[in-house]
Write a protein that binds this ligand. Structure first.
Ligand SMILES: [Fe+2]
Length: 193
């Protein structure tokens, strides 16, 4: 079996189980932790999710991360991406309007968590996502992402709905000191068979 076929079947098995446990409902924190465990299991297949197969953005491109779409249902639910970065990435504090689970495969992605305050956001904690760790976010939870230049990063980002469907994600602009709507991601690459 080719690596591509192996990858497709492993992804399908994992997403099928995640879809099975979620059904048509909205996952709570406990279920998100189960989804995280499922993705951690998938992430152990490191040879199927390598930088060789999922290269980071080319040198000279300003945006230093890109997303490879690994799976998405016909109704756009259960969207699984490989997020790949090489160089500095700093995503401002934002929500998702759907659930999100991030699980590390290689490299380090720092997540910082926030609560809303009257005049913006206040940091409440942080966690590094790397091999063997992950974070879970409910639709209103706010995080920011920070990657420093060095070892490239590859990890899973899974969302309750595909990113193109999430037109109302909000981010905190520290420059303008106001909440703004996140513009669409500009580098999502198709990686389904
Ligand atoms: Fe996010």
């Amino acid at each position: 079996m080719s690596r591509q076929s192996q990858r497709e079947s492993r992804i399908k098995e994992s997403v099928d189980r995640i879809r099975g446990m979620t059904g048509s409902g909205h996952p709570d924190k406990a279920l998100l932790l189960k989804i995280e465990e499922e993705l951690k299991e998938l992430a152990t297949a490191k040879d199927l999710f390598s930088l060789e197969d999922f290269p980071p953005p080319e040198d000279g491109v300003k945006r230093r991360n890109c997303l490879y779409r690994l799976s998405e249902d016909e109704d756009h639910r259960f969207a699984l991406y490989a997020n790949v970065a090489s160089g500095a990435v700093d995503a401002p504090p934002h929500d998702h309007t759907t659930w999100a689970v991030i699980v590390g495969i290689q490299g380090r992605e720092e997540n910082r968590f926030y609560q809303k305050t009257e005049d913006g956001v206040a940091i409440t904690g942080n966690q590094v996502v790397e091999a063997g760790t992950g974070v879970t976010l409910l639709p209103d939870d706010i995080h920011s992402i920070h990657i420093t230049p060095g070892e490239p990063v590859i990890n899973f980002h899974m969302y309750g709905l595909a990113l193109e469907q999430l037109s109302g994600r909000n981010y905190w602009s520290s420059v303008n000191r106001e909440w703004k709507v996140f513009p669409a991601h500009t580098d999502i690459r198709e990686a389904r068979g």
